[in-house]
Design a protein around this ligand. Structure first.
Ligand code: AMP
Ligand code: MG
Length: 336
């Protein structure tokens, strides 16, 4: 009898929990998956939240299939090995966007850096330190101005190769926003390996709270309150290897030197509406370093940023002053 009561109670509480989730048109649905070498986590609210989540997962899978540098069946692989020049409209669009951002950032972002990146072993996981001569030789193959997109045709000079790793996740995040909108979702949080889309606001109308990771420790340095914005962070802490002499090399290459970017920054976070722009700029401004990043923000604008320096300084732009709350022991300055 006691056992029966327990079973009935747990069935009742399960029913209660389920009905609690399906609250009118605000049903909550969560989905996690692994793609593009990272975990994706989506929580969305709405009648079509589940459909939206699975469509987002499908769209990321499709992009990965087109743009993987290691999958022999991808369009980028074929392009990089001289097997084709004609690509799908989506590939032409992202390559064109990446080249345009390369030009705007003076080559700090450069999708043609792939031959150098591959020599450091970042795509295979077999990391090594190439010789200076090898880097100098490979740098001859790098240069966004030597690549062109015309319609769906991409032309590269002999030996040149593309890698969309610096922009693909942001592009996928921007596409996720379109899919959420199509399914009538008003509120969602998409975390795609450090690319965080705060879609709408929380169902109660308040901002989504996003932690900004401490690039050296395990915790966070502060929180960002955001609605209808994407925040993307780049930093070498996300992927690196330690050479036998103890030097730590990160996965973001300075296309001017062919060596992993090593300046006064530990991380760069970009906040804007367009996820693709955030992703492109987070990589580019991380390569530039603190002062050039500040100059870029003043000259171009259209985004906010959080720079964390090796000196333990956190620099934020005025647009997010009210949205950022420091939690760690850092010195904070606001640029205007
Ligand atoms: P992100 O995490 O968005 O900063 O992108 C870093 C990834 O972009 C790396 O893992 C490489 O695949 C690629 N990459 C590295 N350096 C550059 C660069 N300077 N420009 C474009 N792509 C890069
Ligand atoms: Mg990026």
């Amino acid at each position: 009898m006691k056992k029966l009561c327990c079973i009935m109670l747990s069935v009742l509480s399960m029913l209660f929990l389920l009905s609690g989730c399906e609250n009118g048109n605000n049903a909550e649905y969560s989905q996690t998956f692994f793609a593009m070498n990272t975990f994706a986590e989506i929580t969305a609210y709405g009648n079509e939240a589940e459909d939206a989540c699975s469509e987002i997962q499908d769209s990321v899978a499709e992009m990965e299939k087109l743009w993987s540098v290691t999958d022999e069946n991808s369009e980028i692989f074929a392009l990089n090995h001289g097997a084709r020049t004609e690509v799908s409209p989506m590939t032409a669009e992202i390559v064109s966007f990446a080249l345009e951002m390369s030009q705007k950032t003076g080559g700090a972002l450069d999708p043609t850096v792939y031959p150098v990146l591959a020599a450091w072993g970042f795509t295979t996981g077999e990391n090594r330190v190439p010789s200076e001569e090898e880097i100098a030789e490979l740098l001859k193959l790098v240069g966004y101005e030597k690549a062109a997109v015309s319609g769906n045709r991409i032309t590269l000079e002999d030996g040149m190769m593309l890698d969309l790793g610096a922009v693909a996740k942001g592009y996928a995040t921007a596409r996720a926003a379109e899919i959420l909108s199509k399914h009538g979702v008003k509120s969602a949080l998409v975390n795609f390996g450090g690319n965080v889309l705060a879609y709408g606001s929380k169902p109660d109308g308040s901002d989504w709270k996003i932690g900004v990771k401490d690039p050296v420790g395990d915790g966070i340095v502060g929180t960002l309150s955001l609605s209808d914005k994407t925040a993307v962070t780049s930093g070498k802490y996300k992927r690196f290897f330690t050479a036998p002499d103890g030097t730590v090399y990160g996965h973001i290459i300075d296309p001017k030197t062919g060596y992993p970017a090593d300046n006064d920054l530990l991380s760069a976070t970009i906040i804007a509406e367009d996820g693709a722009l955030c992703d492109a700029l987070s990589t580019a401004l991380f390569v530039m370093g603190k002062n050039p990043a500040e100059s870029y923000w003043r000259a171009v604008g259209g985004f906010d940023m959080i720079l964390i320096t090796k000196d333990g300084e956190i620099i934020i732009t005025e647009g997010i002053e009210k949205n950022f709350r420091l939690t760690g022991n850092f010195s904070l300055s606001v640029i205007r």
